[in-house]
Design a protein around this ligand. Structure first.
Ligand SMILES: Nc1nc2c(ncn2[C@@H]2O[C@H](COP(=O)(O)OP(=O)(O)O)[C@@H](O)[C@H]2O)c(=O)[nH]1
Ligand SMILES: Nc1ncnc2c1ncn2[C@@H]1O[C@H](COP(=O)(O)OP(=O)(O)O)[C@@H](O)[C@H]1O
Length: 224
């Protein structure tokens, strides 16, 4: 597909990926779009459900929903929250680019989630775990791969506890996955850049700088 290259943000749970990507979406309106993943985990308070497997071009063609409703439901959602059976059915019918089991739940990037963003000419941001990164490497997406890492496992634990969204069991399983992620992220050729998210402003500067070229492509497209 033509257009700017997508961006994959990966890194341990609690390291600051959502914080950074929300800053990008806020500061660069009309430049970035979030690929809304599917998951079987329960929504956290305040999280918005994308309500299922939509393909924006398909919906518009069928004019099932007013355009504004479709755009807002897709762009502001955190996840499409599904039960395991429904998600497995969609996986079996080939709707996903990649899926992974993380901390007892299924997560996955649907083809529609990426198409919806790319069809609008936006830089598509995907937030996936390290297994997702490896699966995406086998696809034809050709994204920029960014790993966001914590300064240390102790700091990560503080952030996870500070966010107060997980049970003790989930904190432990996330820390276990984090140890593996922290080791594997330096594997040659896996990521284009590894950003240690100590100071948030500095990390955001580094992230903007690695995405500068793609951001300019979209901004120049908007002007012309
Ligand atoms: N492979 C894959 N991983 C995902 C996807 N969506 C989210 N994840 C990863 O799943 C993990 C858990 O995500 P989440 O439950 O939202 O917790 P959080 O990252 O701590 O906010 C994180 O490492 C995400 O990057 C997806 O579509 N595919
Ligand atoms: N650089 C930072 N310094 C201190 N706290 C941070 C930093 N970046 C993120 N946080 C905090 O850490 C917690 C986890 O961040 P979050 O963006 O939810 O992580 P992720 O999306 O990677 O799971 C949040 O409470 C967030 O406010």
């Amino acid at each position: 597909m033509e257009g700017p290259r997508p961006v994959v943000l990966s890194g341990p749970s609690g390291t600051g990926k959502s914080t950074l990507l929300k800053k990008l979406l806020k500061d660069y309106k009309g430049v970035f779009g979030f690929s809304v993943s599917h998951t079987t985990r329960d929504p956290r308070p305040g999280e918005v459900d994308g309500k299922g497997l939509f393909c924006l071009p398909m919906l518009l063609g069928a004019t099932l929903l007013p355009l504004a409703d479709v755009l807002s439901s897709v762009s502001s959602a955190d996840y499409h929250f599904r039960n395991r059976e429904a998600m497995q059915e969609d996986i079996d019918t080939g709707e996903f680019i990649e899926t992974d089991e993380f901390s007892g739940n299924l997560y996955g990037t649907s083809k529609c989630a990426v198409q919806d963003v790319r069809a609008k000419g936006l830089i598509c941001i995907l937030d996936v775990d390290i297994a997702g990164v490896r699966h995406i490497k086998e696809s034809d997406l050709d994204p920029i791969y960014v790993s966001i890492q914590p300064p240390s496992i102790e700091v990560l634990e503080e952030r996870l506890r500070g966010r107060a969204t997980e049970t003790e069991e989930k904190i432990q399983s996330r820390l276990e996955a984090a140890r593996i992620d922290m080791e594997e992220c330096n594997e040659p050729g896996l990521f284009d850049i590894v950003i240690v998210n100590d100071d948030l402003d500095e990390s955001y500067e580094k992230l903007q700088s690695v995405l500068k070229e793609e951001i300019m492509k979209v901004q120049q497209g908007i002007k012309s």
